[in-house]
Design a protein around this ligand. Sequence first.
Ligand code: SAM
Ligand code: DTB
Ligand code: SF4
Length: 314
Amino acid sequence: MNKKTAKWSLEDIEALYHLPFNDLIYKAQTIHRENHDPNKIQVSTLMSIKTGGCPEDCKYCSQSIKYNTNVEIEKLLSVDDVVAQAKAAKDSGASRFCMGAAWRNLNDSNLSKIKDMVKAVKSLNLETCLTLGMLKKEQAESLKECGLDYYNHNLDSSEEYYSKVVSTRTYRDRLNTLSYVRDAGIKVCTGGILGLGEENIDRLKLIEVLCNMEEQPESVPMNKLVKIEGTPYSDNENVDNFDFIKVIAIARITMPKTYVRLSAGRDTMNDEMQALCFFAGANSIFYGDELLTTKNSSINHDKNLLDKLRIKTI
Ligand code: SAM
Ligand code: DTB
Ligand code: SF4
């Protein structure tokens, strides 16, 4: 982390966690209203542009070659296939299209095709986001040049816990890619997963890293683990709903301007739980019947929920 004084100490963040629930949510909603329209959420649609066969060993992931999951390997899709999906996403109301690849890192040989995808999706008047694994500095600069808006690269958990989740790369590797993305002028999307077997303190330490970045991330996805059969985490304990809501509230308080995304795992949350997450400051979702390799909450269900809550999408 950079040397300048932290904006938030871990003690301050822990103090938020220990507030009475109502005080915490009230504080989060107050800050939310000062910085955002409380009745609008941003919607992004995800697409897997290269699926499975990933050499990394992330213990949560359906796409790692180390685990026997039901995911079928698919090579990098054509620009036309991606554009067709992006058009459909736009027609359903998404404002951002996020393309994900099961790679450890972006290979230079794929760079020009990826840039063509970004340009084509952008020409549909959609914001663009990529998540392709590690980048080199020059690759980040090249992606900025072709107009990429966001790059997603999650830190997932605390630095200590991360080494238990993934052994094939380090937290430092993740931070390096994030700094190349930031320095290139691309907006940063980085967040975490709850339910990896971590303690609450790991979640708070993740927030400490995120909110003390020199420039706070524009987008922070909070995922609830999607349990994948065949992975080491297939039988993990469920995350406590209140802990999940509290993490959203703490992210909102410590990163007032950031879009906090209620990400994977919404299909296992009931409407009341999602409504409380929005009340605690979540103001973005993945919208579309599928995430990368798993089911999302359906578009129909989401339309009904957002209607009931009188929440508009942006
Ligand atoms: N391979 C690239 C990488 O790891 O950065 C991009 C794709 S990867 C699937 C994107 C992110 O999805 C991961 O960093 C992780 O945070 C999230 N993710 C993957 N599998 C998940 C699961 N089963 N439940 C919740 N989040 C998951
Ligand atoms: C993020 O934080 N979550 C998304 C996106 N960024 C790339 C991925 C969720 C993946 C869920 C499991 C799957 O569909 O494979
Ligand atoms: Fe590969 Fe990304 Fe899955 Fe890890 S999370 S196994 S890097 S696709």
